[in-house]
Design a protein around this ligand. Structure first.
Ligand code: HSE
Length: 312
């Protein structure tokens, strides 16, 4: 058995418009690369972090990459120690599930090195501990798709019940990340605690429509279900140019468009890769016209979740 493994864990789009905290999907790029190696002494040490411009803590109790491993080790009754090398290959505070990607890579890698005592599904509660650290709430709509791949519905949190949802193979995501930062904690704290029945009815109709559209490959149904009447109206004010960027995406053929996770990234879905490229470029242009620099990622849905890059 290898004593060192390098894991890629993908970025994710949470909420997917109408599925606040209950729906997310994984993309192929960007993501995090984490090298994890067994060591003689117990304890976890983060040896190196690249690509974070010094923003992330090396303290293992404060970084999602290691916080997910500790309760996992406790659960399986292991004293194994690890050294961790984290390469952030995605923006932080971007709404792309950066903390989730690290949490998933860490616990997934540790499980492999220990001979897979748990199934991938069983790792989910431990990966969620990372999210709890990052934003105060252990929501699973980034970690579950980062761990399992594809679209994942969190049917229930207590007890935890996640459902993998199939999606048509030509479905592509265009994600535009404007160079502004929004902390998930802040984006959650501005949401209303109560919602109107009329909005709830609209939202669960849309969520059921979106899930049905994904199952049946009905792009029109996917498109017309991608409407968020509860969270987007509140959060979009934090993203300068949101309306212009969304309009640009819809005009160039996107099925639907919304905030990726808690933002500021905005994502759109399209029914082929060419349209997804065009949609992405027009979103980028819309931000550029407002004087905002951005990064564009165009990707099919990642059906696999984490990848073992080397080792094991
Ligand atoms: N569902 C979470 C939220 C995702 O919207 O706050 C955060 O990435």
């Amino acid at each position: 058995m290898a004593s060192k493994v390098k894991i890629f864990a993908p970025a994710t789009v949470a909420n997917v418009t109408c599925g606040y905290d209950v729906l997310g999907f994984a993309v192929q790029q960007p993501g995090d690369e984490v090298t994890i190696e067994m060591r003689e002494e117990p304890g976890i040490e983060i040896k190196k972090i690249d690509g974070d411009q010094g923003a992330l803590p090396k303290n293992p109790n404060k970084n999602t990459v290691s916080v997910s491993i500790k309760p996992f080790l406790k659960h399986i009754g292991s004293q194994q120690g690890f050294n961790i090398y984290l390469k952030k290959k995605m923006p932080l505070g971007s709404g792309l599930g950066s903390s989730a990607a690290s949490a998933v890579a860490g616990v997934y890698g540790a499980n492999i090195l220990l001979g897979e005592p748990l199934s991938v599904e069983e790792l989910l509660p431990f990966a969620m501990e990372g999210e709890a650290l990052a934003c105060g709430v252990a929501h699973a709509d980034n970690v579950a798709p980062a761990l399992l791949g594809g679209f994942v519905l969190i049917r229930s949190y207590d007890p935890l019940d996640v459902v993998q949802i199939p999606s048509p193979s030509d479905l592509y995501a265009s994600i535009i990340h404007p160079h502004i930062e929004i902390a998930t904690k802040d984006a959650r704290s501005i949401l209303k605690k109560n919602i109107r029945m009329v909005d709830a009815v609209k939202q669960w109709g849309n969520l059921a429509g979106l899930i049905s559209g994904l199952y049946t490959g009905n792009y029109e149904l996917i498109g017309r279900s991608m409407e968020d009447v509860i969270v987007e109206p509140v959060r979009s004010v934090l993203i300068p140019g949101f309306d212009q960027v969304k309009r640009a995406a819809m005009k160039s053929g996107a099925l639907g468009c919304g905030i990726s996770g808690s933002g500021p990234s905005i994502f759109a879905l399209s029914n082929n890769s060419n349209t997804a490229e065009t949609v992405g470029n027009t979103m980028k242009e819309a931000f550029f016209n407002l004087g905002i620099q951005s990064d564009l990622f165009v990707s099919p849905i990642n059906q696999k979740g984490p990848l073992i890059l080397t080792g094991s």
